[in-house]
Design a binder for this molecule. Structure first.
Ligand code: AGP
Length: 599
């Protein structure tokens, strides 16, 4: 977690750093700080709270200079406050460091450095870095950083400056870092949006690489100091793509963008009745598929399992990446491991990729962020192409992940010599237009949200392909509205949760047409019999279902395979509407960060 931006060049760094931090706020926002080097002095300002708080603190201050580094924090070690905010300084204040990641051996390093005379001011693991670099400093910041990193265990994206050197030194292991290449100026940042207002040219740093940037120049080496040649990438997104475009929140904008994001995920992948994917796998050799992911991406994985099993009959397991990585899983070279991640940076998912690779499985990624660590570490994969997702609650990435998993299942089926259902391909291709029509009109979820904004608990029930949608609906609600919500397979309700049902426990049923539609109706009756209040997501007027429902959220009728995508849309709207009615900011839910790059 945490966001880093560094600048060196002829311009005043302050506005560049603040703008960069604002673009990175999705990575963490409990405190922020920056350091501007002016002549031979480092000026540091830090503030608890959002970037806007730091900005207010800086109003009216003159901080001239040509070199600066800044950081927005998501606390891991030490509570969010000014002292623990970055940048951190070494003892004599000559070196300033911003860090993203976790220094796992910080305690031992801190003890040792304390014995060497260093005085620590914060409770953070990060503060060992400036002290360690300072300990080895002999007039060359790059050498000192290389020396220091030999002692560091854990993950870092680290950017450092020294008061007497006109350069910025950066290094990464496990936490993302890119360079922005401008005209006579350079940037270092955790992510591309931070530099996009200034340059479209970026260089992606890989693990164990160190960069030294001066105005208009950069040099990259490995940790032993050997030079590395790197390619410059031209970014294709527009800055406009990462702004709110008049929507009240990013989340609302991203919900509305789903026709477009789905279009982009499907673009060029269904052609002449065939699925085109560029995957480095031998579909005939696959004996089992293992899907690994976290959170919303894991929900998409549960749907993907059903797609792959029903279309290919290849057995599929779905694992939380955090569990998979530590349980010494049985993985064979004939397994295809699919890592699903919007950010491509989730620490547990990345670790599960590495675990599977170490056991010689074929690993592919289903990733949104191009150039992210997972996308670079897998031999091939499916990019979602749904554009930057800034809202912490994943929306458009989820529907694109589900679409991508359906493409994958269809591809495997096709490559194993089985016929594809032309009708399904046609419906899939038509889905973005259908989502567009629906989202243009859909008001049910917003209206019903007004009646339920004060509820304390919700139960979401679905079956088959829509059981993971129930999980996803519940996750959306709890993460942004702080209302307790549980998703369950509808038939499991009677094995426990039914005890909770009364007038105060609204139950959301996903009851669109499926092979087990009648079973869902029986589950609804069970809830109604206990005076539960029922909200039903329904795709056509079924008098018996309408009679059992207190409220109905209408969705268009689609093929069952596509129903998880369509049904997720009103549940996203519902969660958004409740959070907004409660006066909460759904883009920045408490305690959460967009990209979970620590365990
Ligand atoms: C979803 O709304 C979440 N905020 C979260 O569960 C997320 O899906 C999870 O952290 C995985 O992220 P990833 O897709 O970037 O790997």
């Amino acid at each position: 977690m945490c966001g880093i931006i560094g600048y060196i060049g002829p311009r005043d760094p302050l506005p560049i750093l603040i703008d960069g931090l604002k673009k990175l706020e999705y990575r963490g926002y409990d405190s922020a700080g920056l350091c501007v080097k002016n002549g031979g002095a480092l000026h540091v300002v830090k503030k608890r709270g959002a970037i806007s708080d730091l900005e207010s603190e800086l109003r009216g201050r003159d901080m001239p200079g040509h070199v600066g580094i800044a950081h927005t924090r998501w606390a891991t070690h030490g509570e969010p406050n000014e002292t623990n905010a970055h940048p951190h300084l070494n003892g004599d204040g000559a070196i300033a460091v911003v860090h993203n990641g976790i220094i796992e051996n910080y305690y031992a390093l801190r003890e040792w450095l304390t014995r060497e005379g260093c005085v620590f001011r914060s409770q953070t693991d990060s503060e060992v870095l400036p002290h360690l670099i300072g300990h080895f400093y002999e007039g060359d910041l790059e050498r000192a950083l290389l020396h220091a990193l030999q002692f560091v265990e854990g993950a870092f994206g680290v950017v450092a400056v020294h008061k007497d050197e006109n350069r910025i030194v950066a290094a990464r292991r496990g936490s993302p870092l890119i360079l922005g290449v401008g005209e006579d100026e350079m940037f270092a940042a955790s992510d591309v949006p931070a530099v996009l207002d200034n340059t479209r040219k970026v260089v992606y740093l890989h693990d164990n690489e160190v960069a030294v940037i001066t105005a208009g120049r950069y040099a990259i080496t490995n940790l032993e100091g050997a030079p590395i040649d790197k390619q410059i990438h031209e970014i294709q997104w527009t800055v406009d793509q990462i702004e709110k475009k008049g929507f009240k929140h990013f989340m609302l904008k991203e919900i509305a963008e789903q026709p477009e994001s789905l279009r982009n995920t499907l673009r060029g992948r269904i052609k002449a009745g065939r699925i085109k994917l560029n995957l480095d796998v031998d579909p005939l050799a696959i004996e089992r598929v293992i899907i690994t992911a976290c959170g919303t991406s894991w929900h998409a994985g549960l749907i993907g399992k059903q797609f792959i099993e029903s279309l290919t009959r290849i057995p599929v397991e779905v694992d939380y990446a955090s569990e998979f990585r530590y349980r010494d899983p049985i993985v064979r070279p004939t397994d295809l491991v699919v890592a699903i991640s919007q950010s491509g940076e989730t620490a547990d998912t990345l670790a599960s990729v590495r675990e599977a690779q170490s056991k010689n499985a074929k690993v592919i990624g289903v990733v949104n962020v191009v150039g992210s660590t997972i996308s670079r570490e897998v031999a091939s994969g499916i990019y979602l192409h749904c554009g930057p997702e800034i809202g912490v609650a994943s929306t458009k990435a989820f529907t694109s992940q589900v679409a991508a998993m359906l493409l994958l299942a269809l591809f495997l089926r096709q490559e194993r010599g089985l016929a594809l259902d032309a009708g399904l391909l046609e419906s899939l291709a038509a889905l973005p237009a259908l989502a567009e029509d629906y989202l243009g009109e859909a008001r049910d979820a917003f209206e019903i949200a007004e009646r339920f904004q004060f509820a304390h608990n919700f139960l979401y029930l679905g079956r088959g392909l829509n059981y993971p949608v129930a999980l996803e609906g519940a996750l959306k609600l709890k993460e942004i509205s702080y209302i307790h919500a549980e998703g369950y397979p509808a038939a499991e309700m009677k094995h426990g949760p039914i005890a909770l049902i009364d007038h105060d426990m609204p139950v959301i049923f996903i009851a669109t047409r499926s092979q087990i539609f009648d079973k869902i109706v029986s589950n609804m009756q069970e809830v109604k019999a206990r005076k539960g209040r029922v909200i039903t997501v329904l795709d056509e007027d079924e008098p018996n279902v309408t009679a059992l429902s207190d409220y109905v959220i209408h969705v268009p009728r689609v093929r069952e395979e596509l129903s998880p995508i369509v049904n997720a849309l009103p549940l996203q709207q519902f969660a958004y509407a409740i959070a907004d009615l409660k006066g909460l900011n759904p883009d920045k839910p408490r305690n959460l960060a967009k990209s979970v790059t620590v365990e």
